[in-house]
Design a binder for this molecule. Structure first.
Ligand code: NI
Length: 288
């Protein structure tokens, strides 16, 4: 049995001894992204996309629109995160986020990024954040060092070719990591504090109920934008956030006071300090 660190439902990461974590699905396009045993046991192939072609690289994207006025150490913030896409429902999700001026973070898998370049560019233009969710969506502790590096490098290369920028953060598939894998990580690993389990129940009302019940300042929420009911849950949640005074921000915004160093792991972000929160409330009251 291999010791894996697996993020489980609710807050935080728990070390559990199990063969295979079950908190997250393999992405829908499983034929493309699920590694075969043969692939796991042999050196990873280097795909054509990993060789940048001179002259066809996307220029670096302009800095995304950030909301500098959102200070998550002073006001309530929540970070919506979407894994395994982009997929067929992602454009609809981007429309919803745009209508509500909400920011989100997308942990994309290489093949889906490669086949949806327009959606990827739209995410960046809209000020959303991109993170690396590997190429084959493997259980990283089962891979060799070279294979772990390949999973992130190949995905980052595709993201860079499309958007002009590399990612600053990653999310290990299934939340599965260990000290060896952490040392190989090219960036900080972002887990979550609210697991909607959307991939399992595929029910918008259930996702909404889970988030409402567990919502607290600094929450990082795990969704999968490859499922229609997950996308259907977002508009009601954004209305709920607005009613409760929560700002939907990117992971970088919610972790603004943290150093996103490679190998570091985060499960939640800043929460307003009591004094700052009081001051912010006072200011809000003064404004009427
Ligand atoms: Ni995933």
């Amino acid at each position: 049995m291999m010791l894996l660190i697996v993020a489980v439902t609710g807050c935080g990461v728990t070390a559990v001894d199990r063969e295979r974590p079950t908190t997250e699905p393999t992405p829908q396009s499983s034929a493309e992204v699920r590694p075969s045993t043969a692939r796991l046991n042999s050196p990873p192939p280097r795909p054509a996309h990993a060789d940048p072609t001179p002259g066809v690289l996307a220029p670096p994207s302009p800095e995304p629109e950030v909301e500098p006025e959102v200070d998550c150490s002073a006001v309530k913030c929540v970070a919506l995160t979407f894994d395994d896409g982009p997929g067929e429902h992602t454009e609809k999700l981007l429309d919803i986020l745009e209508r509500h001026q909400a920011k989100a973070t997308f942990f994309v898998v290489g093949p889906n990024a490669e086949s949806n370049p327009g959606t990827m560019k739209r995410m960046v233009r809209a000020g959303h954040e991109l993170g690396n969710h590997t190429w084959h969506h493997p259980v990283l502790p089962q891979l060799t060092d070279a294979q772990v590096r390949y999973e992130f490098d190949s995905t980052d290369e595709v993201i860079r070719k499309i958007t002009g920028n590399r990612t600053k953060m990653n999310r290990p598939p299934y939340g599965a990591s260990n000290p060896r894998v952490n040392r190989l990580m090219p960036s900080a690993s972002i887990m979550w504090s609210i697991d909607t389990l959307d991939w399992r129940h595929r029910d918008a009302a259930t996702s909404i109920a889970v988030v409402k019940e567990q919502l607290s300042p600094g929450a990082i929420v795990l969704f999968h934008d490859i499922h229609a009911p997950s996308v259907a849950a977002i508009e009601p949640l954004l209305k709920h956030f607005a009613a409760k005074g929560y700002h939907p921000v990117t992971v970088s915004q919610i972790l603004a006071s943290s150093k996103l160093k490679p190998g570091a792991t985060f499960e939640r972000g800043d929460a307003p300090a009591p004094r700052k929160a009081k001051q912010a409330k006072k200011r809000a009251r003064a404004k009427g």
